[in-house]
Design a binder for this molecule. Structure first.
Ligand code: SF4
Ligand code: SF4
Length: 623
């Protein structure tokens, strides 16, 4: 959890992350509700709001998934209140069903949907450009360029949302979400509206008699908004003499400014915070220049719209964009300098890439020491060997995705939330080898349950192993419906995964301690035999709290932490602990002998149980 950094009075200046600035902007807008599913690079928005939510009377939660988070936001808006909904870019895919209808219905209370996109796919399965979702869903899209603007724009978008009765997408990118800069605070508005359900079946019911009219209405609204946005204060023009204009948005604006300065160029710059719809008058003004250079990350969203407008209006501007700048990955100052130089026929030599003086060894990402996922993988592998089967390993999104890397290599595919079971269903229909799907606890609640129900209902034999570490670990330990705590750490009724599986109709359900390799191995063997004989799915819940969370709690309580050590005289140097089990706390020394790095060891003790020579034992260590 972050500190309550977004608290403070009007006029105060604080160094905030882009995400914290969005949270502060939402406070200044007087939101009543903030909902989200955690996902990098969006997570800190809700974390920051949660720190102050009780003081301001804001409802805040980590929702089961992004669709639910958005649906709650829509409901709050129907009550005439303001709601913020946050998610990472791929989360909007999950929320896209209600989103597409939200474009038609519009809103009452201001509703801002933050989509934190991840150009370069730093921590994501793709780098989709969610500005296109706005076009697809008839929902306006805005993009801040600086951290200060992230706060101010968030606040004002709630007003705009209510004025036009449209929800809006606030699109950020990793660079902005995780940049830190000084922000000047405005006034916080405590939610003080009376909640009243706005009963209006014609507005809210997406039924055949109304749907086409709604579609027509939203197109008219978008046209009106496009006119309005030409005087929107976040769309700015920095004019200089000359016949070349640069049109840009988001963080790309900052690269443009730096590039122009370093190239000693003076060009007019149109910075568009509203990327859809385009501010019509401003766009026409930009197109009145002889040459228009569009600088934007990922897809040519501004470029496409400008080209269409130029064609419709018979304007002859030479429009450049993705012919100069890459469509893949993040932009940076050098790429922008190179592109601008090409467009203007300037000689420019990019500086040679700076090579670090020390070549760091390339290491695949690894599961943490003491992680229960490692022992689960280890046990499943042994079970498969003993049964002489070569399972198709279906993997999902979470820490356990790291099972993809050696030595485990137990992810034949990893796709999107819940897909290990869903795609596994398709494979299991035709595969002679068993399908073993791994899914985390949070991901199970997020999107795994419907696919599991499908497996039961359609009698699909597959083994689903839910790796339950009690928390949404990968994104920084946010609670989920199985955690038994809420966003403030308050007690909640934990929903047990095994009970959900049984209620869904799974007849083979076992819960195993993830550290107990023998028990896990035996359970997996029983489960695979069961699913083959019965032709039905089996579920094993592999349970152990996240090792990092346990360590943190122990340290907080001042408890001692166990450590393990290798007794060199007993070690037969078989390499099982280091090469096959691969706990990162166990390494080989210069003489080839294995040793345990005490500072990395979490004291889980699993290595002691797998060592055939019984050469690993517990030691007392004072913290
Ligand atoms: S006890 Fe063994 S397996 Fe567990 S963290 Fe320490 S070295 Fe790794
Ligand atoms: S598993 Fe045991 S015997 Fe084998 S290398 Fe590790 S400590 Fe030595």
């Amino acid at each position: 959890m972050v500190k309550a950094i977004i608290a403070g009075s009007a006029g105060e200046k604080k160094l905030l992350l882009g995400n914290e600035a969005i949270a502060r902007g939402a406070l200044e807008a007087g939101i009543s509700s903030a909902t989200a599913y955690p996902g990098t690079p969006s997570t800190e928005i809700i974390e920051a709001i949660a720190e102050v939510a009780r003081d301001y009377g804001i409802y805040v939660e980590w929702s089961t998934n992004e669709k639910v988070a958005l649906e709650i936001g829509i409901g709050v808006s129907m009550m005439g209140l303001r709601a913020l909904v946050a998610m990472k870019h791929v989360g909007l895919n999950v929320a896209s069903d209600p989103l597409m209808s939200l474009g038609y219905t519009g809103v009452i209370g201001g509703l801002v949907v933050v989509s934190a996109d991840d150009p370069n796919a730093h921590s994501s399965q793709n780098e989709q450009d969610n500005r296109i979702y706005g076009i697809h869903a008839n929902i306006p899209v805005f993009e801040p360029s600086t951290v200060q603007e992230a706060k101010d724009l968030t606040r004002e978008l709630f007003d705009l949302s209510e004025e036009f009765q449209m929800s809006v997408i606030l699109r950020t990118t990793t660079r902005l979400a995780h940049s830190r800069s000084q922000v000047v605070f405005g006034e916080v508005v405590r939610p003080n509206r009376e909640a009243v359900f706005h009963r209006d079946p014609e507005k809210w019911a997406l039924l055949p008699p109304y749907n086409l009219a709604k579609h027509r209405d939203v197109l008219v609204k978008l046209d009106k908004l496009s006119e309005h946005l030409s005087s929107f204060r976040f769309n700015t023009v920095e004019k200089v003499d000359g016949d070349v204009a640069v049109v840009t948005s988001g963080v790309a604006y900052n690269y443009v400014k730096e590039a122009l300065e370093e190239l000693d160029l003076a060009l007019s710059v149109f910075k568009l915070a509203s990327v859809y719809p385009l501010p019509r008058k401003l766009a026409l003004e930009a197109l009145s220049y002889g040459k228009v250079i569009v600088v934007e990350e990922l897809e040519p969203v501004l470029e496409w719209q400008l080209k269409v407008l130029a064609y419709e209006e018979g304007m002859k501007a030479e429009i450049h964009g993705k012919d100069l700048f890459p469509r893949v990955g993040e932009l940076n100052k050098e790429l922008v300098k190179a592109g601008l130089s090409r467009a203007l026929g300037i000689r420019y030599e990019a500086p040679p890439a700076v090579m670090p003086s020390v070549e760091l060894p390339r290491r695949p990402p690894v599961l943490c020491p003491g992680c229960g996922h490692r022992s689960t993988y280890y046990a499943v592998k042994i079970a498969a060997q003993r049964l002489r089967v070569k399972p198709v390993y279906a993997n999902d999104i979470g820490c356990y995705t790291l099972g993809f890397y050696p030595p485990y290599q137990m992810a034949d595919f990893t796709w999107s939330m819940g897909s290990s079971i869903g795609i596994g269903l398709g494979i299991a229909r035709f595969s002679k080898e068993p399908v073993v799907a791994f899914i985390g606890d949070s991901t199970f609640f997020h999107a795994g349950i419907p696919a599991l129900i499908n497996a039961v209902y359609n009698r699909t034999p597959m083994l689903v192993i839910v790796m339950d570490n009690g928390i949404t670990a990968m994104t920084g330990h946010q609670p989920h419906p199985g955690s038994g705590v809420g966003v403030f750490g308050e007690e909640k009724p934990a929903i047990r995964i095994e009970e959900v599986a049984r209620a869904a109709g799974v007849k083979f359900v076992e819960v195993v301690d993830a550290y107990d390799i023998i028990a896990m191995r035996d359970a997996v063997e029983r489960a695979i035999k069961y699913m083959r004989e019965a032709g039905e799915p089996a579920v094993i819940v592999s349970r152990r709290p996240c090792a990092l969370m346990v360590l943190r709690e122990k340290r907080r309580r001042g408890e001692s932490i166990k450590r393990y050590t290798v007794m060199k005289e007993k070690c037969i140097n078989c390499g099982i602990c280091v090469d096959r089990f691969a706990c990162p706390a166990i390494v080989r020394e210069g003489d080839g002998k294995v040793t345990i790095i005490p500072d990395l060891c979490t004291g889980c003790g699993v290595c002691a149980t797998i060592c055939p020579a019984k050469a690993i034992r517990e030691v007392e260590v004072d913290e």
